[in-house]
Design a protein. Structure first.
Length: 306
């Protein structure tokens, strides 16, 4: 099936390097996606972009190449609330993948239970207007109340300048709340400046809020110079992510964001992204919390051991 990709679309990097950093045993890629394949799982008619295909088999091959043991697959906005590609990938993983779905308020209890049985453990609320249409907050509150008894959490995606407007909503949610990509700070601003301090305050004052310290390729102004073993790629993002990892070591997650939707200037080498990790989690203990203990506690609690 031929699809007309969004003009200028960058396909994912087909030959990622093998990371220099050896991941701890049992590491989880806690933020990635599948796209289609469109011939089997058509994209949503109301989508804001049309990507390339990025199948479950390709995702699992990347998992093994990089040295991860498990994945958390987040529903891509190009699929809307049709979670079939996500569910198919989770079911095919042999319990090595969990999912974060997108649902509407009219979803039935039986469908929620079916998603749970497939491995879904959260729902994503997207507040980035260039990617999705606005969803009324009363609908989101209703969804959050419906998923709470299942032990699911809410994942929120927003941009830093919108946090003041969203603060009261986020802090009233009745579940664990996981923020995508550190709330997308402007890393050209000071790490101790008012914008990032606002996010640090959110984390400090609300112990149910977690964050992913992922996607330096989306946030960086300096870009991805090759690693030399001492300096990180996307080095301007390091102080922000490292500050969160060290302040809240039990509430941080990391993921590749493969296949990196909607990037405009370059497509990252996923091996270099893995080699970013020891620059933000600088001890073996912090690395294990970030990559193993925290995602297992959130997504595989039945297997997690304190």
């Amino acid at each position: 099936m031929n699809i007309d990709k969004t003009p200028g679309w960058l396909d994912w990097y087909a030959r990622p390097s093998r990371p220099r950093f050896a991941l701890p045993a049992g590491s989880v890629d806690a933020h990635c996606h599948v796209f289609g394949p469109a011939a089997q799982f058509p994209f949503a008619p109301q989508r804001k972009y049309t990507p390339c295909d990025a199948s479950k088999a390709q995702l699992f091959a990347l998992r093994d190449h990089l040295g991860f043991s498990r994945n958390v697959i987040v529903q891509a906005t190009c699929h809307g609330a049709d979670n079939r590609a996500l569910v198919d990938a989770c079911r095919a993983s042999g319990a090595r993948a969990r999912g974060v779905a997108t649902v509407r308020r009219d979803i039935g209890d039986a469908e929620l239970q079916s998603l749970h049985d497939a491995g879904v453990r959260g729902v994503r609320f997207n507040f980035v207007r260039r990617l999705v249409d606005f969803t009324p907050r009363d609908e989101l509150v209703e969804i959050a109340a419906r998923i709470a008894p299942l032990g699911w959490h809410v994942v929120v995606y927003f941009e830093a300048q919108d946090l003041p407007e969203l603060w009261d909503f986020f802090t009233a949610l009745p579940t664990t709340v996981v923020v995508d990509h550190m709330g997308r700070p402007d890393v050209g601003l000071p790490v101790d400046g008012p914008q990032f301090e606002r996010f640090m305050t959110l984390m400090r004052e609300h112990s149910n809020i977690w964050t992913k310290v992922s996607c330096p390729e989306r946030l960086s102004h300096s870009g991805p110079p090759a690693l030399n073993g001492e300096q990180a790629a996307y080095r301007d993002v390091v102080p922000f992510a490292r500050r969160l990892v060290e302040a809240y070591p039990d509430r941080v997650l990391w993921g590749t964001d493969w296949p990196h939707p909607n990037l405009k200037d370059h497509m990252p080498d996923d091996g270099l992204l893995v080699d970013f990790i020891p620059h933000i989690a600088v001890t073996a203990e912090l690395q294990r919390k970030l990559l193993v203990d925290n995602p297992m506690r959130l997504y595989w609690p039945e297997e997690h051991r304190n």
